[in-house]
Write a protein that binds this ligand. Structure first.
Ligand code: ADP
Ligand code: MG
Length: 136
């Protein structure tokens, strides 16, 4: 599925729409350059799950931000795959939480799991292309 958005608000609205349309998907990979809108998308997700949007930050010291029933992960600064991090993510999935992972390319051993992938691409100052692919 391919969509263009023209503002951060539109990206957040699209996030809510796509999450609502795929309630059984618990693993979401968010790919794209810095500034492409991945964290903005997660802010839209926060509203969907009833969490305050201002709690969504780009984690600098921790890779994982746990909310009630969903988890925001940003692996931009992860140097190499880490068994403890893998284990922690695994536990969140077991607990029924939905995971949204920025820079999922860093998790080599997770690439073959069923997930939804969204590729974010800059199209201009305030225009972004979002491509949703379901991989099983
Ligand atoms: P990433 O997490 O991919 O590095 P962010 O979501 O942190 O990117 O940053 C996206 C930036 O682009 C924000 O400053 C946001 O306000 C801006 N922006 C402008 N237009 C859009 C759009 N259509 N969708 C998402 N973000 C946008
Ligand atoms: Mg980000």
């Amino acid at each position: 599925m391919l969509q263009r958005t023209h503002s951060p608000e539109e990206t957040k609205a699209l996030a809510r729409q796509w999450i609502a349309a795929h309630p059984t998907i618990k693993l979401w990979f968010l790919k794209g350059d810095l500034g492409a809108g991945k964290t903005c998308f997660v802010k839209g997700i926060a509203t969907f799950f009833g969490s305050p949007e201002n709690q969504v930050k780009s984690p600098t010291f921790s890779f994982i931000e746990v909310h009630d029933n969903w988890v925001h992960v940003d692996l931009y600064r992860l140097q190499e795959e880490d068994v403890f991090l893998n284990q922690e993510l695994e536990e969140h999935l077991q607990a029924g939480r939905t995971l949204f992972i920025e820079w999922p390319q860093r998790l080599l051993s997770w690439q073959n799991r069923p997930h939804a992938e969204i590729q974010f691409t800059h199209q201009g100052e305030t225009e972004r292309e979002l491509k949703l692919t379901l991989l099983s």
